[in-house]
Write a protein that binds this ligand. Structure first.
Ligand SMILES: [Zn+2]
Length: 291
């Protein structure tokens, strides 16, 4: 069993044009013989040069090779033909074909397979084989970016190796998965680790600020929001910077004046009319509060 189920492979295979697949493989396609039901040609798997041992059933979209020592002798789908001829894994062959022919298929991965792989990774981890564990977990995440067990596995790998940047990235991924799922309190420790290991990533500080507000630690929250805003501004992400500054403004802490920061950003964006609008709305809000 592989990352993709047999159903998905069949679905892709059904959409393949046999001649186009052979041309993509590109092995002596000038020697192809076409009949109503079949193509016969030089086998690209064992790289035949004399006989047309490759037979493709055009309607079933299957192949076999008549040379008994060929890896393709057992036959299979066009996806398998492509995988064997190009020496790719079935997964990679499938992905390449879908991408190349822009096929209209979703490639859902088999969750059972990924769970089993996660177990393999965790066993490596337990034995202290960090490189092997990392590879297994990265493969899982490549197939399913929000596979929590694999991300937790990677966190363990990078903790043991002391690789803070990679560690920060995995904490960031896990934090965002948990936040998306609405598990905000579970996400907090990962937001904190994210901010700690990737201090230049504004998003972590923006999130952390929200947690601190909820906990009533306004001064620390302010620090995080301002850090987020300054980092966004420095990275040219002006919309995000303004959002963070105006968020500080809306907290009405009277600890910091964000107005010059916001005006400076609108100046950098060359949008003076927005600066005027910002000042007007701010003044109107102040009048409303005074009433
Ligand atoms: Zn062959």
């Amino acid at each position: 069993m592989g990352v993709y189920s047999e159903k998905v492979i069949a679905e892709v295979n059904e959409q393949l044009d046999p001649r186009a697949v052979l041309e993509l493989i590109g092995y002596h396609t000038d020697k192809l013989q076409e009949s109503a039901e079949t193509f016969r040609g030089f086998c690209p798997i064992h790289r035949e040069t004399v006989f047309r041992t490759l037979i493709i059933d055009k309607s079933k979209r299957t192949f076999r090779c008549m040379y008994s020592l060929c890896k393709g002798a057992a036959g299979g789908t066009l996806v398998e033909l492509y995988a064997l001829a190009k020496e790719l894994s079935l997964e990679n062959a499938l992905e390449e074909l879908v991408a190349h022919f822009q096929l209209n298929v979703q490639l859902p991965v088999d969750p059972e397979y990924l769970e089993k792989q996660a177990e393999v990774g965790e066993n490596y981890l337990e034995l202290g084989y960090l490189d092997e564990a990392e590879k297994v977990f990265l493969d899982i995440v490549a197939a399913d970016a929000v596979f929590e067990r694999a991300i937790r596995g990677l966190i363990h790998v990078y903790e043991q190796r002391g690789e803070s940047e990679s560690l920060g990235r995995q904490h960031a991924a896990l934090a965002q998965i948990l936040i998306q799922r609405g598990e905000r309190s579970a996400a907090e420790e990962h937001v904190r680790a994210w901010a700690q290991y990737l201090p230049d990533d504004p998003q972590s500080h923006r999130y952390l600020g929200d947690y601190l507000v909820e906990q009533g630690d306004m001064e620390s929250a302010l620090e995080e929001f301002m850090m987020a805003a300054d980092l966004y501004a420095a990275q040219g992400k002006y919309e995000e910077a303004i959002e963070a500054y105006t968020h500080v403004d809306s907290l009405q802490l009277d600890l910091v004046d964000v107005v010059p920061h916001v005006l400076q950003i609108y100046e950098q964006m060359e949008q003076p009319q927005k600066a005027v609008q910002f000042l007007r709305e701010r003044a109107e809000a102040a009048v409303l509060r005074a009433d």
